[in-house]
Write a protein that binds this ligand. Structure first.
Ligand code: RRO
Length: 306
């Protein structure tokens, strides 16, 4: 009987399906992730100060996926660390705690605070596309800034903390950015964040649909970009990859693994199909494995590279 169980950075995951950061907003929604059979969950990225987020609507659907401009809505690190700390103690599945800042000093502070609540992995979100006007470019859009922030955080939290860098597809060479993060000491890469920003106009109201006018694009329309980015990262670094971007069925998971991902994030598909999507995908994966006589998904990671 094939098994979906997988190991990532020495952590056991019952299956490789992960909720990416920001899809679920509230802590109690994350409790449902365990009930609905996910392998692991990622928290909404926390910032130093609480943030209300961008004007509504913050999430809209279009024919090939969704656009979001949530704008880092979160309770801030003080309250956030307390809430997520309680969640981490209760849940049985691995938790990836995500943090975001545009200043190195703030990233260090966030990582030090999150370390105290002991998530399995800390995700450094170096790539939120939705606060550029207000906060400036995310650090992960530059090779040097990526290196500097990871280096500083690694120095602050020590070797024992597992760090993952979440990268943006909106750069000319994502492989080079991943390489800088690897050299500076991350343990894993997650990719991709949303594409864009993009815009959708309602032709009846003659106005952009998002409250913030523009927002990051996700869903099936961006999957080929995500697969190419994971491919580029796999080629350049030796680190394990949490791949995501438009994955919505078992075939897409297999494709993402063949490009180089060991874990796979599924977020926008939750908007379209609800929590049932995870059991459905697990069934499809097991069917594929049985049909192709594959005992462990590890055998598929990076095979498309030959
Ligand atoms: O909150 C957001 O608007 C957001 C974040 Br932090 C991110 O990393 N990616 C995204 O598409 N939206």
């Amino acid at each position: 009987m094939p098994k979906l169980k997988t190991n990532f950075l020495g952590i056991d995951f019952e299956n490789p399906l992960i909720i990416p950061s920001g899809i679920l907003q509230e802590v109690n929604q994350h409790e449902l992730a365990e009930k609905y059979g996910l392998g692991g969950v990622t928290t909404k990225s926390m910032t130093v100060e609480p943030r209300e987020g961008n004007p509504i609507p913050r999430v809209i659907k279009y024919e090939c996926g969704i656009l979001n401009s949530v704008g880092l809505r979160n309770p801030g690190i003080k309250k956030g660390a307390r809430l997520w700390g309680e969640f981490i103690k209760k849940t049985k599945i691995p938790v990836i705690c995500s943090v975001f800042a545009v200043k190195i000093k703030e990233f260090v502070l966030l990582a030090e605070e999150v370390k105290k609540i002991k998530p399995e992995i800390i995700e450094l979100n170096l790539s939120c596309p939705n606060a550029v006007d207000e906060l400036g470019e995310p650090l992960g859009t530059g090779v040097e800034s990526t290196y500097k922030v990871v280096k500083a955080v690694r120095k602050a939290v020590g070797k024992e903390v597992k760090l993952m860098a979440k990268l943006s597809p909106n750069v000319s060479d994502i492989g080079e950015i991943a390489r800088a993060a690897e050299k500076a000491g991350v343990d894993a890469i997650s990719a991709i964040n949303t594409v864009g920003p993009g815009m959708v106009i309602n032709i009846d109201t003659r106005k952009p649909m998002l409250g913030n006018i523009v927002g990051g694009v996700s869903g099936p329309g961006i999957r080929p970009i995500a697969v190419r980015c994971v491919w580029d990262i796999y080629k350049r670094v030796k680190l394990p990859i949490l791949g995501m971007g438009g994955v919505s069925n078992g075939k897409d998971v297999i494709e993402m693994m063949m490009a180089g991902a060991s874990l796979v994030g599924i977020g926008s598909a939750w908007y379209a199909q609800g929590f049932g999507v995870y059991e459905k995908i697990k069934k499809e994966l097991l069917e594929y494995m049985q049909k192709n006589k594959i005992k462990s998904l590890k055998k598929l990671v990076g095979v498309a590279h030959g």
